[in-house]
Design a protein. Structure first.
Ligand code: COA
Length: 404
């Protein structure tokens, strides 16, 4: 499908409001569109509106998606106001969902926002959808909601390196986002009559879970399956009574009902977002014994991501750190989290390449490898001696303390 992104024109206004209404109709925990079309209508005439980032998506000769941006701010603890971008609503016609329209709108608008020199984007949204575009939890930057709360649905993306380094505080969006339900109802009367959607009750899901897991849902008064879109997989896993196998079962059921699945904490999408990799395009190379390797392209740079599913295999991250501390040359670690490594892609490197069979009969290569191993052994021996000495000193100190 060919998706064309262009700026919204006044002639699109009504069609965009209709598509917003369709996109949101019964998609969350409301049987209607909960006034999202009114929000688009109002935002366009507000001073906070950013017309140069107001985009529509066209496919098959019609409008199929829309994204709108407005200015928002972060109030820092010393009362500074830092301007940031906010977006939303973003809408895709139901029959065009999951075909890349939402991602195309986001990729295009984020790249434009970056070119225009904006500092960062902060917004509330589906916490397990936007990390695939590189959005990280706002809490990672010390940014909270207006009343100081943190949840995964509040997300942020610095548009240049360090853009949010000295920005912490409370995030405040335009007051237009507080939609008045009466006003929304009135506004909706100007659109063709539409039956409220019937939302699948959460019971369809909880009936297939353990008693403990069921209680976790009851406590939070979750009524509909679609309401789960407001929570991340990581948040659900943090609830008392929910284990990893419950989340796997929840995903299985969500899939059955055509709902998006939740991300597991070690997922490569979350790891890349944590590392601040913007707009990644990811391709899996292989998965073997709990270690997945991905080719990643981001803003014309090429990387390899190694994701370690099992805690035992994560020692590789520590190994790289240890080798670096001993000044032993290795492939450079660009970034890492507790369960993933971001490395340069050797396919694009003039310095490194993968070994090949011919290396076995090449004397020069053999000499280089032997030199590296020799250095590793010498520095490794010194390291072991140092560690053993430190350990012995600690033991001696401990014994002295006991005797005295
Ligand atoms: C959310 C929305 C904009 C996404 O647009 P889209 O064109 O359907 O998304 P894309 O095709 O780019 O991406 C689809 C992928 O995102 C995932 N995804 C979509 N919505 C998701 C969500 N709420 N949570 C987690 N993942 C989600 C899909 O499962 C799919 O994953 P896959 O590629 O592994 O199959 C669109 O579904 C929509 O208009 N929804 C209703 C309105 C709405 O909720 N707007 C956003 C409010 S924050």
């Amino acid at each position: 499908m060919n998706i064309k992104i262009r700026l919204e024109q006044p002639g699109d206004y009504r069609a965009v409001e209709e598509l917003t209404r369709e996109a949101f109709w019964g998609s969350m925990n409301y049987p209607t569109c909960d006034g999202e079309h009114l929000l688009v209508h109002k935002l366009r005439s507000l001073p906070s509106f950013v017309p140069e980032l107001d985009f529509v998506a066209e496919a098959d000769g019609k409008l199929v998606g829309h994204i709108i941006y407005s200015m928002a701010k972060v109030i820092t603890p010393d009362d500074r106001e830092v301007e940031v971008l906010n977006f939303g609503p973003i809408s895709v016609l139901p029959e065009y969902k999951r075909k890349g329209v939402g991602s195309a709108l986001l990729r295009h608008s984020i790249s434009e926002a970056k070119k225009l020199g904006y500092r960062a984007i902060i917004f509330y949204g589906h916490p397990d959808y936007y990390p695939r575009l590189g959005f990280n939890r706002a809490s990672a930057y010390g940014i909270t909601s207006e009343n100081g709360r943190s949840f995964d649905a509040l997300m942020a993306m610095p548009l240049y390196d360090g853009a949010l380094d000295d920005v912490t505080g409370r995030y405040i969006e335009d007051s237009a986002y507080n939609i008045d339900s009466k006003e929304a109802e009135e506004f909706d009367k100007g659109f063709p009559p539409k039956e409220p959607a019937v939302l699948p009750p959460i019971k369809l899901l909880t009936d297939k879970l353990t008693e403990n897991a069921k209680r976790a849902f009851d406590t939070r008064e979750i009524r509909y399956i679609s309401q789960l879109q407001g929570y991340s997989g990581v948040e659900i896993l943090s609830w008392d009574g929910i284990e990893e196998q419950d989340l796997a079962q929840i995903n299985h059921i969500l899939k059955e009902y055509g709902q998006p699945e939740k991300l597991f904490p070690a997922s490569h999408i979350l790891q890349l977002a944590k590392m601040g990799v913007r707009l990644p395009v990811v391709q899996k190379i292989r998965k073997k014994t709990g270690i997945s390797v991905y080719r990643v392209e981001s803003e014309s740079e090429h990387y390899v991501l190694k994701e370690f599913e099992n805690p035992e295999s994560r020692r590789e991250i520590k190994n790289y750190e240890m080798l670096a501390s001993l000044c032993i040359p290795t492939l450079q670690i660009l970034k890492n989290t507790e369960c993933a490594l971001l490395l340069p892609n050797m396919e694009n490197s003039s310095k490194y390449r993968l070994g090949c069979e011919a290396d076995l009969s090449d004397v020069q290569v053999a000499i280089s490898i032997a030199k590296w191993y020799k250095e590793l052994h010498i520095k490794g021996q010194m390291y072991i001696r140092r560690i053993t000495l430190c350990f012995m000193m600690k033991q001696i100190r401990l014994l002295c303390q006991i005797w005295i």
